[in-house]
Design a protein around this ligand. Structure first.
Ligand SMILES: Cc1cc2nc3c(=O)[nH]c(=O)nc-3n(C[C@H](O)[C@H](O)[C@H](O)COP(=O)(O)OP(=O)(O)OC[C@H]3O[C@@H](n4cnc5c(N)ncnc54)[C@H](O)[C@@H]3O)c2cc1C
Length: 361
């Protein structure tokens, strides 16, 4: 059994930021901590994002602590830009990410330690930083008739660019940033596009300043404090009204329809009987977001009846050895940076066996 002080699961923005702060405060890689990641290469979830999501199209990627991301060309895929940057970062700070290592379960170990079961053997640790993001858990809603659909259904997680939809009738579901970006890209290729969302989208005028950011984070924080699953970022920030979106609204590509009532073999339908309205479709693209990838923590029973995990800062209220970084209020690149630092500070206190700060209800 290999023993360490801290296991970090995930080497995205949240995991690397945590590993950086561990390193800076004297923890040695492989000796005191390990970083485990099941993806094939550096970049966290960015390595899987579609090629047309260029660096210029992301909303504002915050650099990792201690190393700027300079000279990134706006027209290069963000998967390449960020993959290369994370690779440089891991080497510069000697973080020694172990990959591909899949963490299957974390359970109670001996002597108050946690047992981390992986595809590459077990680890015993005193503390855990979970930084597994959301990409591995795409959320597919269920609608009546879905199985009868004869066309293709895919999720944002499988989207690889607009070209493959040439000449097809595409229904895009979802009112987030991914949904609008898919529509704007696909419309010039497709025979027709239809946009459906559950709630009318809220567009945000003006820049996304610090105050707006703080207000959005506070809203997510409140839910997580109550033990509810965090909402999507867009539900609290609104959709940025940039030039491309303005054009999409003007030319009808972003003409939002309410959610359909059912899926038919060859399209989607609203209403019943003689009032039924139908739109034919070859493809349904579910841009319906992601959920936190936390199944491997199930043996620790951290979930509240509301379905979320209550955290104070980054610390799981139900188990002070466990920190969730990049979860809920810290699920942004800037949030993940800050949360990595906070988690390490808290873990240092725990390992020094000083009482942790009391949880505030
Ligand atoms: C399309 C899209 C665009 C976005 N654009 C922006 C943006 O412009 N600005 C911004 O701030 N945020 C953006 N976000 C949110 C952004 O993804 C996060 O802010 C941040 O990159 C997430 O970092 P993370 O480290 O939490 O997760 P990830 O980057 O998802 O990293 C998690 C890592 O954990 C690993 N992992 C997961 N489960 C396991 C397991 N069981 N065992 C081992 N390893 C595991 C994965 O392989 C992955 O490498 C965007 C999100 C999406 C989906």
């Amino acid at each position: 059994m290999r023993e360490v002080e801290v296991v970090v699961i995930g080497a995205g923005q949240a995991g690397l930021s945590s590993a950086y702060h561990l390193r800076r405060t004297g923890f040695g890689p492989d000796r005191d901590f390990v970083v485990l990641d099941h993806s094939p290469g550096p970049g966290g979830a960015w390595q899987f994002r579609w090629p047309s999501l260029t660096y210029g199209k992301v909303h504002g990627m915050h650099a990792l602590p201690g190393m700027e991301l300079t000279d990134a060309a706006a027209d290069r895929p963000s998967a390449e830009v960020i993959g290369a940057y994370f690779d440089r970062y891991e080497r510069a700070f000697d973080l020694r990410v172990r990959r591909p290592v899949d963490v299957r379960a974390v359970r109670e170990g001996d002597d108050g330690r946690l047992l981390v079961r992986t595809s590459d053997g077990d680890w015993s640790t005193r503390a855990l930083i979970n930084a597994t993001g959301t990409w591995d858990r795409p959320f597919w809603p269920r609608y009546p008739g879905q199985r009868s659909f004869r066309g293709r259904q895919l999720h944002t997680a499988q989207y690889a660019g607009p070209e493959e939809f040439a000449g097809q009738r595409v229904v895009v579901v979802g009112g987030g940033a991914s949904g609008t970006q898919h529509l704007l890209e696909i419309a010039p290729y497709a025979a027709a596009t239809t946009w459906v969302t559950r709630r009318p989208p809220v567009f945000r005028e003006g820049p996304f300043d610090q105050e707006t950011g703080r207000a959005a984070v506070a809203l997510v924080e409140e839910r997580v404090r109550l033990g509810l699953p965090p909402r999507s970022v867009v539900s609290v920030t609104g959709l940025p009204l940039n030039d491309a979106v303005r054009r999409g609204l003007a030319d009808g590509v972003l003409d939002r329809q309410p959610m359909f009532d059912r899926i038919a073999p060859d399209g989607v339908e609203w209403g019943d009987g003689p009032d039924t309205r139908r739109v034919g479709a070859d493809v349904i693209l579910w841009a319906t977001g992601f959920r936190a990838a936390l199944d491997h923590l199930r043996p620790l029973r951290l979930r509240e009846p509301g379905g979320g995990i209550r955290v104070e800062g980054t610390r799981a209220v139900a188990d002070p050895r466990v920190h969730l970084v990049g979860y809920g209020p810290s699920a942004s690149t800037i949030g993940a940076n800050r949360a990595g630092r906070a988690a390490v500070r808290d873990i240092r206190r725990l390992l020094a066996e000083e009482p942790a700060e009391p949880a505030v209800a």
